[in-house]
Design a protein around this ligand. Sequence first.
Ligand code: HSE
Length: 415
Amino acid sequence: MDFQMGCDGLKQIAVLGHGVVGSGVMEVLEKNRGLIEKRVGSQVEVRYILDRRQFPGLPYSGRFVTDFGVIRDDPAVEAVVEVLGGLEPAFSYARESLLAGKSVITSNKELVAQKGDVLLALAREKGAHFLFEASVGGAIPVIEPMHRCLDANRIQQVAGILNGTTNFILTKMLREGCTFQDALELAQRLGYAERDPSADVEGLDACRKICILASLAFGSHFYPEDVPTRGIAGVKPRDAAYAARWGGAVKLIARARRAAGGRVALEVSPMLVPASSLLWGVGDVNNAVQVTGDMAGDVIFYGRGAGKLPTASAVVSDVITALTQEGPAPSLFWGPADPGLLLPPSEAPCQGYFRVTGLDREGLELFFPGAFFLEPLEQGEEALITAPATQGELDAAQRAAEAAGGRVLSRFPVL
Ligand code: HSE
């Protein structure tokens, strides 16, 4: 890609979408124009904004277009910011932009989780950038530090709180006694939730993000549909109370681990997080990502995981990279999916929390040998933490306990 400044020292970009993040990008570019242009070394102008809607009365109302072809075919546009969300037309626009030699910057988790390998390969072929810092963890720098600062490591594990909406809801419900519905509505009003908030609540958003991090960490594309994913619907205040009694908290955790034989175990689930973990105290809309490298040990990234300006700040930082650095970084890359790399969920190492009725402690000890029992909060109920096992062994123990009259009310992994 040609990074020479135009003769007037002007660099031009386009923004696809003027929703929460798109309007935030315009705001960041305007509010911090001076420092951004100093870093880029020239003026930065948003030449086009693509949106079906009209936005009269804005200082940049005259720059809206509805035809993507105008952007694709304008050689003055060096970089395209895709903040439409969803797979299509985002994928087609990203692909066509790269084919035209323009860099692409996106905050779109679905796009990167489904098509990251394809778009990275195309970007490399064209000598353009495909950048997606904002797709994971909102404002938190995690993609760039992972591929640049930790690239002397074999990554052993990436685990984190990757969805701001559900962390916000759990915090409001479990710490402040809010109802699920009130907490969700507040998250929507604050611009944290997806257009369809079921993607947040059911864990899909966190799943897309852990797939992106796992692809980067382990070098092959991982697809969300292959990852066992549970959302927060099953988390009850009673489980939070047992977690507190045990010395921890319930959090929606997305985790990718290198397991025996070099295979990778991936999952998204509410988990019991011990107070000794740095993830335990992460509340509200904040996200945290803990990366474990074989040389670096544990490194943690923390900050605002959702919201207009935090997300836009990561997008604009990628814009600066795209406009100032020649060609894509070799370390920001992964290949196509390798089906043999994913560990079958039943073989994943696992320690479990169970809340059970219908069997007493003695009865449960038969099925969960070596389990640690928490002091019951209600008569007739038992809560236990199993000894380390595999997911498949815990499934079998649960089936046997249920066949003997037990009823499992809750079950979550322990982080
Ligand atoms: N809905 C997402 C979240 C937005 O709550 O984390 C940021 O990706």
